[in-house]
Ligand binder design. Structure first.
Ligand SMILES: [Zn+2]
Length: 213
């Protein structure tokens, strides 16, 4: 499902340019090993043919994870100075990819722009850290008589918040959300990522609900 491409690259020691095989499209929800390689900073790290220096050739990666409603375009760190240019390139490429790949793209999810693998690694690590808290919280919900309000994962990620709001009641209201967050934190004060929901609720915001279960 994921695929490789060949790109030119020259190592930081200034050796003659060679051609290297790198992943250009990764399905994080289907290829656990590749997601793990991203998390450990090894994805697309190649070894110079001449001097054996490891380096990342300049290349672009599209990373898709349907579970997380995520389509990420990763450009080299050095492209950041021309962010506007690459943002419009991303929009163009995304449109073309949706047409050719169809259901393989997370339809409806807006593509996210990253410069450098480290930026994507941090986003994935943040998702994983919050997932740990979300899983602990989920386990407590029933005993606390709280109901999860599942939020659009892309929205939750953009805010750095866990993927649901605990509600003290069957449906969304600011009061039910506030009481739910308070009850969950009272039960376990280490679930700190949920605190961020309070600020949003107090600002009168209702997060968009997750589209599919
Ligand atoms: Zn070299």
């Amino acid at each position: 499902m994921s695929f490789l491409g060949r790109v030119p690259g020259s190592c930081p020691n200034g050796c003659e340019a060679g051609e290297y095989e790198v992943w250009s499209f990764v399905r994080g929800d289907k290829d656990d090993n590749l997601r793990l390689a991203l998390l450990t900073g090894e994805l697309n790290l190649v070894i110079c043919d001449n001097c054996r220096q490891p380096f990342f050739p300049d290349s672009c990666l599209v990373y898709v994870d349907k579970r997380a409603a995520m389509t990420a375009f990763v450009f080299p760190e050095s492209y950041r100075v021309e962010e506007a240019k690459w943002r419009s390139k991303m929009a163009e490429d995304f449109k073309a990819m949706k047409e050719t790949l169809g259901s393989d793209m997370t339809l409806g999810a807006e593509p996210e722009l990253y410069f450098g693998y480290e930026a994507l690694r941090q986003a994935l690590q943040g998702d994983d850290d919050r997932e740990d808290e979300a899983a602990v919280g989920e386990w407590l919900l029933k005993g606390l008589k709280l109901v999860p309000f599942y939020v659009d994962p892309a929205y939750a990620r953009s805010k750095g918040l866990p993927r649901y709001v605990p509600l003290a009641g069957p449906k969304w209201s600011a009061e039910a959300a506030r009481a739910g967050v308070d009850a969950l934190l009272k039960a376990n004060d280490r679930l700190v990522s949920f605190e961020g929901w309070r600020k949003l609720i107090d600002a009168g915001e209702k997060p968009p609900a997750r589209k599919s279960p």
